[in-house]
Design a binder for this molecule. Structure first.
Ligand code: GLV
Ligand code: MN
Ligand code: MN
Length: 410
C-alpha cells in the first residue's frame, strides 16, 4: 500500500477503511501485534515518510512522527497530538484512527498555510489503547509514560495465554525496560482528537467540543467456581451452578448502576467447559464500571461484589474478584481547555465530560498537560460497527485541531 497524497483526509480514510474489517458485519478487528494493527503501524510509517516527519518508535511500538523546528538552541518540548489505531473487538472505524488521521491532516493544513511552529509538533499512535488483547486499557501510553513498568506489564497474557513480551517479539519488537519515553520535559502538552462516544454534541448542535474530564472507570474479573455435573441427571436442588451466580450478578450490576445513576456492564463471559448438556464448572466474567467520582466507583463495585458473594453463598459456588484495569478520575487542565475552546469566529466550543477512557487521560495523570477535542457522532453509538461521524464534521475536526495546534505551538 503506497502512502497517500499528503493533506488528503478522505484519501487517508479510504486507505485505512479495509484494514482489519470483518467480512461478516463490517466491524473492525485491530488487536495489538496482529496483522491488521501491524499493517496500520506500517501505514503510519509511510505517512510520516511521505511528509518528511521524523519517526520515533519506543520499544513497545508506540510511534510519534515529529515536525521538527529549526536547530537553534536546545529542543523545546513539543505539542503532541494523536490517538490509537487498535480497536475493540468488532469495533467501529473512528475510535482511535480519527485522531491519528486528523493529526496528520492538521499538520498538512498548517504547512500549506505556511505556519512555522515555535516548538515541535508530534503526531502519535499509542498501542493497545483498548486493552482488547491484554486486558489493561491504554497499555501503550501507560508504558510510554511510566504509569506501569515492564516488570508488571511483561506478565500480562492474552485470552490464549500468549504473554505480552512473546507477542511483541513475534512481530519483531524488543521489549526492554528503559526509562519512560514521554514526560513533561519532552511533551509540552498533548491534545487527542476523538470521535464523541455519546450524543452530547448532537444535542448541543456543535460539530466539535472540548473535554473537561474523564469519569473514573475499571474492569473487574469475576471468577465463579461450582461443581461440573450432568445437565439431565443432577436434580435442580443438588446443583452448584456458577452460571446462576453470574446471572444474578449481571442483573445486580445493572440494577445498582441504574439506582446510583452510574454505569456497569458485563460484556465478556467465559463458561467452562461451555457444554450445552453440563452444569458448568466455572464462569469467568468481566465487569466494566464507570462512575462520576472515584468514591462512587468504589461504592458501586463494593455493592455489586457484596450481592454476588451473597448469591454465591446460596448457590454453593465460590467467587474471586480481581481488578484488572482501574483508572481514576481525570480532570483535564482547565486553562488548556479554555485556551482551546474560546475565541472562535463561530463562537466558543462546548466543554464536556466523557465516560470513555483515553490515552490523553493517562498522559494527564502522569503530569503532562492534556486536552481532548471531540467530533460529533450523529447516533452516539460507539464500540460498534455502527460508530460514525459525517465527513463534514471530520473535516471540521481537522480544522479545529489545526487551529488548536497553531495556538499551542505558536
Ligand atoms: C475505551 O474506549 C474505553 O472507554 O473503554
Ligand atoms: Mn474505545
Ligand atoms: Mn479511543
Amino acid at each position: 500500500m503506497g502512502a497517500s497524497v499528503p493533506d488528503h483526509f478522505e484519501q487517508m480514510w479510504a486507505d485505512l477503511e479495509p484494514i482489519g474489517k470483518g467480512s461478516h458485519d463490517g466491524g473492525y478487528y485491530r488487536q495489538p501485534f496482529r496483522n491488521a494493527e501491524r499493517e496500520l503501524a506500517a501505514w503510519f510509517v509511510e505517512q510520516a515518510r511521505a511528509r518528511d516527519l521524523r519517526l520515533e518508535t519506543d520499544p513497545f511500538g508506540n510511534q510519534i512522527a515529529w515536525w521538527d523546528v529549526g536547530d537553534v538552541g536546545p529542543p523545546l518540548p513539543g505539542v503532541v497530538t494523536g490517538s490509537h489505531l487498535d480497536s475493540v473487538l468488532d469495533g467501529g472505524a473512528y475510535d482511535g484512527p480519527l485522531g491519528v488521521v486528523s493529526g496528520l491532516a492538521a499538520v498538512d493544513r498548517l504547512r500549506e498555510r505556511g505556519f512555522r511552529p515555535a516548538r515541535p509538533i508530534g503526531v502519535s499512535v499509542f498501542v493497545e489503547e483498548e486493552g482488547s488483547r491484554f486486558g489493561l486499557a491504554c497499555l501503550g501510553s501507560r508504558l510510554a509514560t511510566g504509569a506501569i513498568g515492564w516488570d508488571e506489564a511483561r506478565a500480562l497474557r492474552d485470552p490464549f495465554g500468549v504473554r505480552l513480551d512473546e507477542a511483541m517479539t513475534g512481530v519483531g519488537l524488543e521489549p526492554d525496560d528503559r526509562k519512560p519515553w514521554l514526560d513533561a520535559s519532552r511533551v509540552d502538552c498533548f491534545v487527542e482528537l476523538h470521535v464523541e462516544q455519546g450524543r452530547a454534541l448532537v444535542d448541543l448542535g456543535h460539530a466539535v467540543g472540548v473535554a473537561s474530564r474523564i469519569w473514573p472507570h475499571g474492569r473487574y474479573r469475576f471468577e465463579i467456581a461450582g461443581e461440573p455435573n450432568h445437565a439431565g441427571t443432577t436434580r435442580m436442588e443438588d446443583r452448584r451452578d456458577p452460571m446462576l451466580t453470574f446471572a444474578m450478578t449481571a442483573l445486580a450490576a445493572n440494577k445498582q448502576a441504574r439506582v446510583a445513576g452510574q454505569r456497569a456492564t458485563f460484556g465478556r463471559v467465559d463458561s467452562r467447559p461451555n457444554s450445552t448438556n453440563s452444569v458448568p464448572s466455572s464462569v469467568t466474567a468481566w465487569m466494566d464500571a464507570r462512575c462520576e467520582t472515584d468514591e462512587a466507583l468504589s461504592e458501586l463495585v463494593a455493592t455489586i461484589i457484596r450481592q454476588a458473594e451473597e448469591r454465591a453463598g446460596r448457590d454453593g459456588t465460590t467467587l474471586a474478584v480481581t481488578p484488572e484495569s482501574v483508572s481514576g478520575a481525570v480532570d483535564f487542565d482547565p486553562d488548556l481547555a479554555w485556551r482551546i475552546a474560546v475565541d472562535h469566529e463561530a463562537g466558543d466550543w462546548p466543554i464536556l465530560p466523557t465516560q470513555a477512557g483515553h490515552d490523553a487521560g493517562i498522559l494527564s495523570a502522569q503530569g503532562i498537560p492534556s486536552a481532548m477535542l471531540f467530533v460529533r457522532n450523529p447516533t452516539g453509538v460507539s464500540h460498534s460497527p455502527a460508530e460514525h461521524a459525517e465527513m463534514p464534521d471530520c473535516l471540521a475536526g481537522v480544522d479545529a485541531l489545526a487551529e488548536t495546534l497553531r495556538r499551542l505551538a505558536s
